[in-house]
Write a protein of this length. Structure first.
Length: 237
């Protein structure tokens, strides 16, 4: 892994704050390809970025963390995305099957200890996905949650020692959906059924009109993040 200079990235972060998403994606791919990948859970922001990177640099790397708990609608979207875009999709999974995890810890671990479940099914595969990378691109937006309010467009991810690029940091949900419509980007049909944020099936519920966008994630569990984007990461969300 390339050692990334903190001061240099902070300087770029300030300079790039006023740049458009496509300019940032273009710069990032020029600068770091092939040691850069888009982290994609196939949410609305992620499919926007798939569309952008496939147009800017066909064949770019995209990775997803398959927890074995995806909705069928998410699998259907992945199929449509693969058919439409020339991307190099990498799928990372946990070393443990769901059966092995439940045998070792507890049945329905996502209910009894969602942090441990996320650690096994998301964080562990993420470490494999980030191995060898210098930079990663995410679909984080500042208004998704208070924990994401300080997201920079380019920042140093001190947890993983990588450059983290968040081209949509200042986008609103309206901008995301306008881009999807204008560019005819495939999206998860669950978004049309009051699921603004889609993760694993056991931990994702639809929200009521006016509710916070991420209310449907880990509802009633006092948990708002899976640990991929920790709020206690200095300089991060
Ligand atoms: S979101 Fe839920 S099911 Fe998915 S890894 Fe985390 S706790 Fe497990």
């Amino acid at each position: 892994m390339t050692v990334v200079a903190k001061e240099e990235i902070e300087g770029i972060g300030v300079e790039f704050e006023s740049k458009k998403a496509q300019e940032i994606v273009n710069w990032a791919l020029e600068e770091y390809d092939p040691n850069i990948a888009l982290s994609c859970s196939f949410g609305a922001e992620d499919v926007v970025l798939v569309d952008m990177i496939a147009k800017i640099r066909p064949g770019s790397r995209v990775f997803t963390l398959d927890t074995d708990f995806f909705f069928p609608e998410t699998h259907d979207l992945i199929k449509r995305i693969k058919e439409k875009y020339p991307i190099a999709l990498e799928v990372y999974t946990s070393d443990m099957t769901i059966e092995e995890m439940e045998k070792k810890y507890a049945k329905e671990l996502y209910s009894t200890d969602p942090d441990l479940c996320c650690q096994i099914r998301k964080l562990q595969p993420l470490q494999k996905a980030l191995s060898g990378l210098t930079a990663w691109i995410t679909g984080l937006r500042r208004d998704q949650a208070p924990t994401r309010a300080n997201t920079k467009k380019v920042e140093l991810d001190s947890k993983f020692g990588l450059v983290k690029i968040n081209p949509l940091a200042d986008w609103s949900p309206d901008q995301v959906w306008a881009y999807i419509r204008e560019n005819k980007v495939p999206y998860n049909v669950l978004h049309d059924q009051n699921y603004p944020s889609i993760g694993c099936a056991p931990c994702t519920k639809p929200v009521k009109p006016g509710e916070d966008l991420r209310t449907g994630r880990w509802a009633g569990k006092g948990k708002t993040e899976c640990g991929l984007h920790p709020a206690d990461n200095p300089g991060k969300k």
